[in-house]
Design a protein around this ligand. Structure first.
Ligand SMILES: Cc1cc2nc3c(=O)[nH]c(=O)nc-3n(C[C@H](O)[C@H](O)[C@H](O)COP(=O)(O)O)c2cc1C
Length: 289
């Protein structure tokens, strides 16, 4: 019986009241009217615009329209998304900072987080003396601008604003950038299960991440990849061992990967793609991350 599916009533805030839905925890920093940095804890914040090769990288934030955060973003256009590591004292302080209805002055008295100036270059938007401060305890920060090119229509019955936040800059503690480039190691990221029972917020740590290889049954035979490589551009030849480096790339992405390598080869005046050149392109990509 316990393995049978049963209906669950879809309540308001279904993600926390009618389901188990893991969410990130971030502190959104914004500037209030007197130019002081406000920290608001938020979980409904996810990648929204993911445009290949493109100029558009954006998050969507769902925030109560009368929150300091939503009002500050709409007025100043800028904010930072500070991803804080999982420590109980940080989560405890987030719950305190998440108490609705307090002014920036009232709530920031209770903040245990250390603010420091934004790392953005260039002048802040008109009318602002600076960008919002960032949180020193964060392991990574997205510095963002509200993107009005993608306006999400306000939903009349919703008391929330759906804000598209274009990512201007990502910064990360050096240690974690190293892990990112080596593909080894993860910060301790908190997981929020929400304000489940109208009494308490629930958080958990994630366990040690593990990797799973791309199934070898999905690998394309090297001859099939070579055929796709050879016909992409008649001026560029591919060694078989170079093609072997991309047999794990899913077919739908293969053309894009080949195009990237061919573009890099042409930039360097190379006409034969070797496995060493593939490694060089890969290394360059990693160091650009
Ligand atoms: C962990 C956590 C996550 C939260 N996530 C959200 C959210 O995604 N959207 C939202 O509107 N409120 C969320 N809240 C409630 C806000 O933090 C609360 O409305 C707070 O008053 C916002 O602060 P501000 O007015 O300074 O922006 C969350 C609270 C906590 C503690």
């Amino acid at each position: 019986m316990s393995q049978e599916f049963v209906d669950v009533r879809i309540l308001d805030n279904f993600y926390q009241t009618s389901s188990f839905f893991p969410m990130p925890v971030l502190l959104v920093s914004t500037l209030n009217e007197s130019g002081t940095t406000n920290l608001g804890p938020y979980s409904l914040c996810f990648p929204y615009l993911v445009v290949p090769g493109g100029e558009s990288h954006a998050m969507v934030l769902i925030a109560r329209s009368d929150s300091n955060t939503a009002q500050n973003i709409v007025r100043t256009k800028v904010c930072s998304l500070n991803f804080i590591p999982d420590k109980k004292k940080y989560m405890k302080n987030c719950v305190l900072l998440g108490y609705p209805g307090e002014t920036t002055e009232e709530k920031m008295k209770n903040s245990i987080f250390t603010l420091r100036p934004s790392t953005r270059s260039g002048p802040p938007p008109e009318g602002l003396s600076k960008f919002p401060d960032i949180v020193n305890e964060a392991f990574q920060i997205f510095e963002c601008t509200w993107d009005e090119r993608h306006p999400l229509q306000p939903i009349p019955s919703s008391q929330s604003s759906h804000l598209v936040l274009s990512i201007d800059k990502i910064i990360m503690k050096n240690k974690w950038k190293d892990s990112l480039l080596k593909g080894k190691g993860f910060p301790r990221v908190p997981i929020d299960y929400g304000y489940r029972d109208n009494i308490q917020f629930w958080f958990t740590k994630h366990s040690k991440p593990y990797s799973l290889p791309v199934p070898s049954t999905k690998e394309a035979p090297v001859e099939v990849v070579q055929y796709a490589c050879d016909r992409f551009d008649p001026d560029i030849k591919w060694e078989k061992a170079a093609c072997a480096k991309i047999v794990k790339v899913p077919n739908i992405f293969l053309k894009r990967v080949i195009k990237g390598v061919v573009t890099a080869a042409k930039e360097e005046g190379i006409t034969v793609i070797t496995p060493e050149f593939m490694d060089k392109v890969q290394d360059k990509r990693s160091s650009e991350k």
